[in-house]
Design a protein around this ligand. Structure first.
Ligand SMILES: [Zn+2]
Length: 52
């Protein structure tokens, strides 16, 4: 089952599994929202995962 995470800016990260989609959104946030990412706990990001 594909997974996705919707960023507040409209970007949608997609991956084949939890680890993949979290890596994608982290990559996006590192370039576009580094300050937000710095204040995040990785477990919180896992909580954003939706079934795609
Ligand atoms: Zn974003």
């Amino acid at each position: 089952m594909a997974k996705q995470i919707r960023c507040e800016c409209g970007f949608i990260a997609q991956g084949d599994d939890d680890e993949g989609v979290v890596s994608e959104i982290e990559k996006h946030m590192r370039s576009d929202h580094p300050a937000v990412l710095a204040g995040m706990d990785r477990a919180e990001i896992f909580g954003w995962i939706e079934e795609g």
